[in-house]
Design a protein around this ligand. Structure first.
Ligand code: SF4
Ligand code: SF4
Length: 134
């Protein structure tokens, strides 16, 4: 007899959240390491791309503190190398979003000096609000 076990019921809310936001199934990754081997910015990461997905698979929320999620350049090299079709940049983005949600608003419009608003391109301000507010 086969028993079906839901991933989220075993590993909790964090895993479900990452999977829901990224649209990726974390258990598909078999930790072959090809993503890390080909990542052009792996040298500057504190943990390797395959380790990011491993921590996410296990629901270990320490991954939210990793610099790697911010270092990833979303260059898609890992996507083209992954034998399992995992879209790792989507997983990185999901983890970034969760990290930002937990930090709360980092930017308040009222704190922006009028001279700053007048000089900075509007797109940069909009981008900042998108990144630093929830
Ligand atoms: S290349 Fe794909 S399957 Fe291999 S470790 Fe990276 S994400 Fe996992
Ligand atoms: S998308 Fe990110 S993790 Fe993947 S190869 Fe590029 S920089 Fe590395």
């Amino acid at each position: 007899m086969r028993t079906r076990i839901s991933i989220s019921s075993v590993r909790g809310e964090f895993v479900s959240q990452v999977e829901m936001i990224s649209g990726e199934s974390l258990l598909v990754c078999n930790q072959c390491g090809k993503c890390s081997a080909g990542c052009p910015v792996a040298f500057s990461m504190d943990i390797l791309p395959n380790q990011v997905i491993r921590l996410a698979q296990l629901g270990i929320e320490d991954v939210l503190e990793s610099q790697t999620i911010w270092t990833c350049a979303a260059c898609l090299t890992c996507v083209s190398r992954c034998p399992k079709g995992v879209d790792l940049p989507r997983v990185m983005e999901a983890i970034r979003q969760i990290a930002m949600q937990r930090r709360g608003n980092q930017m308040e419009s009222i704190q922006l000096a009028p001279e700053f608003v007048a000089e900075v391109p509007q797109l940069a301000i909009i981008g900042g609000f998108r990144k630093y507010t929830t």
